[in-house]
Design a protein around this ligand. Sequence first.
Ligand code: ZN
Length: 380
Amino acid sequence: LNSQEKIIVLIVAAGGGTRLGSEIPKQYIKLQGRTILAHSIAAFAGNSGISGIQVVIGKGHGKFYREAAKDFDILPPIFGGKTRQESVFKGLIKIAKYAPDKVLIHDAARPFVSAKITNAVVKKLKTAKVAVPVIVISDTVKCLKPRVKTLDKANLALAQTPQGFDFPEILAAHHKAKGKNFPDDAAVVEYSGIAVSVVPGEEKNYKITTPYDLEKAKTMLGGEIRVGSGFDIHAFGSGNHVTLCGVKIPHNRGLIGHSDADVGLHALTDALLGSIGAADIGEHFPPSDKKWKNADSAIFLRHAATLIAEKAGRINNIDVTIIAESPKISPHREKMRAKIAAILQIPLEKISVKATTTEGLGFIGRSEGVAAQAVVVVEV
Ligand code: ZN
């Protein structure tokens, strides 16, 4: 990259983007804790060949924009127009005062643009006035009107962004195309008769348009990995059984607690709540509430799982350790795993239940109670 040249990236984020069925404009939907727009800005912010980034936003999107762009040192946003072309034109007029040599115009809804594409566009601009990333078409292409006809796809390609331009050329072309409604900026310069050069795009640099595109984006990024931990302890009292990880085990004593005193499920519930920052079991199910007296702790666990599901989260794995001198846990271990799997509706192999003693030391060693700790990994 030639650092002498002033290259500004103009990101078009002015669309309403209602096709995803979301309340908020699609460029402000979060993927892995970051808006789609922020992912797009980040793709250029680290590129040493880029002198500045200018975002064109929609009217009324100021609040969304401030939150999305707060981590970046970029030019103040400007409001776009009624069409994409109008928005770009406004952006070009705004950045004209910085007298850039080149401009790269990018759709905010393409957050997966790679440095490879950007650098290829910039490199092409050394010898061309216009550089557009394109990808080949794998499906057979039909023209539907006036009657269905198969096109020779060898001559066709799909255009992506960032599209790179010599700045004075694109500004003049936009002036000339004012009032028209071209789908992209390459079409604007084509209208002025300027030759367009192409560079290889990438399939992953697709534009997020449909709900399926959004699902695909989430899969591509993977979820955010969260870890939660939980600990619980209950004292022995009178009784003839204990309930551990949902399994009733005959014993010469019972565990004292408001609910069924299942330390295993309580620790696990707290770990799941902890993974999404949703406080603790006592806050969701106050011991002061009579409703939870002798309650089946599976209710608590299911509630934590529901909260995770509501965040579109997924439990990756669970590791529960029961710390007890008695009763003996190992004969019931498999049943406990199966019970947790059934409550949470997740595969058995993702669940570990193990047990340890404290070698006769301390209150657990003196068999005064049973403790449990749990660690979970959750993808949100
Ligand atoms: Zn408890």
